[in-house]
Design a protein around this ligand. Structure first.
Ligand code: SF4
Length: 374
C-alpha cells in the first residue's frame, strides 16, 4: 500500500502568507507536464510494486490544469504504477477554477475527491490574504461540487488572523456545517519568514498574529465541529462518518509515498528524498533523465521522533506495543518516563497502552511532542 503526490507548481497569484513552492508564470507549463510524466516513468521502481491506495494532486494550484491534462497524468500513472480500483484520487482546487463546466468535466475523470481552498467566506479577508477568488465563488464552487456528485469533499479554512472576529469565524464554520461538507481542514495562520505577510508585519503595515485569539478560535473550532458530528481525528482535520483523508492519514501512519514534481518529497520507510524547488532546474534535470533530488537516510531515532510527532496528533495515538516491537524496550521506557510530566498535568492520557493528547493537550501539541522526543 502506498501513495503518489504530484506537485503542480503554478498559481494565479501569490497569497501573502504562502511559502510553498510555486510560480505565477505559466510559461514552462508544457515542459513541466512532460517532465512530471517522465519522472513518473523514471521513478516506476521507487515503490517496489506496492499498489497505490491514493493519488494526490497538490501545489501550487493543480486545478489550473485542464481535465485533459490531469487525465494524461493519470494515464501515465496507470501505465507505470499499480493503482487500486478503489483508490482515493484528490485534486486540490481553488474556487475560481471550479465553474460548472470544470466540475462536470472533473466528474467524468478519475478524480474522486476535491480539496477546495475556501479559507474564508468574506471578501475583505480574501483580499487581505491576496487570494485569487471571491467569497461568492467560494460559495458557488461548493454548491456546484455538491450538486454534481462530489460528495467526497474537503475544505480548507484559516483562523487566527487579525481580521477574523469571533462572529466571522462562527459564520465561516456554520456555512460549511450547513452545506454538509464531510471533511474540514482548519489551520491557524502562521507567519513564515519569506512571505509578503511577514514583510507587512515587519513594516507595521499589518498587525501581528495574536496567539490568544488563535487559541480561542481553535477551542471554538473543536467545540463547534464536535457538537455538529465531526470527529477531530488529527489536530487540523475533522471528518464526519469516518471520511478521513486517506492520503494524509497514510502520511501520518508512515506509509511510503512517491513525490513527483519540483519540491515534492518522497519516503520509502528508510530514506526521505526531495526534489529541487525550482521549475527550470527541475525540467532541465529530468530532460537529462536525472532525478533532481537530495536524499537523507533516516536513523532509528529520526523514525521514532517522526512517529511520535505524527501519531500524537491523531486519534490513533502513540502505540506502546508498536514502539516496543519496532524500537525496543529501552526506548519504550524512556518514552514512558518523558511522558510523566504531561500525564500528571492532564495534557496527555493513556488508554489501552496508547498515549493520547487530552483536549487541553491539543493546544500544546508541538511542545508536548518536543518533550517526548529522543
Ligand atoms: S493558491 Fe495555495 S499554493 Fe498558491 S499561493 Fe495561494 S496558498 Fe500558496
Amino acid at each position: 500500500m502506498a501513495g503518489i503526490y504530484i506537485h503542480i507548481p503554478f498559481c494565479k497569484q501569490a497569497c501573502h502568507y504562502c511559502d510553498f513552492h510555486f510560480s505565477t508564470s505559466l510559461k514552462n507549463r508544457e515542459d513541466l507536464l512532460a517532465s512530471i510524466k517522465m519522472e513518473l516513468y523514471l521513478q516506476k521502481e521507487y515503490l517496489k510494486g506496492q499498489s497505490l491506495e491514493t493519488v494526490y494532486f497538490g501545489g501550487g494550484t493543480p486545478s489550473l490544469l485542464t481535465v485533459a491534462e490531469l487525465n494524461s497524468i493519470m494515464d501515465i500513472i496507470h501505465k507505470h504504477h499499480s493503482l487500486q480500483g478503489d483508490a482515493e484520487i484528490t485534486l486540490e482546487a481553488n474556487p475560481d477554477d471550479l465553474d460548472l463546466k470544470k466540475i462536470t468535466e472533473l466528474k467524468g475523470s478519475p478524480i474522486n475527491r476535491l480539496s477546495i481552498g475556501i479559507q474564508s467566506f468574506y471578501d475583505e479577508d480574501l483580499n487581505w490574504m491576496n487570494r485569487a477568488h471571491r467569497a461568492e465563488e467560494a460559495q458557488s464552487a461548493l454548491m456546484n461540487a455538491l450538486h454534481h456528485g462530489f460528495e467526497n469533499l474537503t475544505v480548507d479554512l484559516i483562523y487566527g488572523y487579525p481580521l477574523l472576529s469571533h462572529e466571522k469565524w462562527n459564520k465561516n464554520l456554520q456555512k460549511v456545517i450547513d452545506l454538509g461538507i464531510p471533511h474540514i481542514s482548519a489551520y491557524s495562520m502562521t507567519v513564515e519568514a519569506r512571505t509578503a505577510l511577514n514583510h507587512q508585519i515587519t513594516k507595521g503595515q499589518s498587525a501581528p498574529m495574536d496567539e490568544e485569539q488563535s487559541e480561542r478560535q481553535f477551542i471554538f473550532l473543536m467545540e463547534t465541529l464536535s457538537a455538529n458530528g465531526y470527529e477531530h481525528y488529527e489536530i487540523s482535520n475533522f471528518a464526519k462518518d469516518k471520511r478521513y483523508a486517506r492520503h494524509n492519514s497514510n502520511y501520518w501512519k508512515g506509509i511510503p509515498y512517491l513525490g513527483i514534481g519540483p519540491s515534492a518529497h518522497s519516503y520509502n520507510g528508510t530514506h526521505r528524498s526531495w526534489n529541487i524547488a525550482n521549475n527550470s532546474k527541475y525540467i532541465a534535470s529530468i530532460k537529462e533523465k536525472k532525478l533532481p533530488q537530495e536524499q537523507e537516510t533516516l536513523t532509528s531515532t529520526n523514525r521514532l521522533n517522526e512517529y511520535i510527532m505524527t501519531s500524537l496528533r491523531t486519534i490513533w495515538g502513540i502505540d506502546f506495543t508498536y514502539i516496543l516491537g519496532t524500537f525496543g524496550a529501552e526506548h519504550l521506557h524512556q518514552l514512558q518516563s518523558n511522558a510523566q510530566q504531561h500525564l500528571k498535568s492532564g495534557h496527555l492520557y493513556l488508554h489501552e497502552d496508547k498515549l493520547f493528547l487530552s483536549q487541553k493537550g491539543k493546544l500544546l501539541a508541538d511542545r508536548i511532542a518536543a518533550d517526548l522526543f529522543f
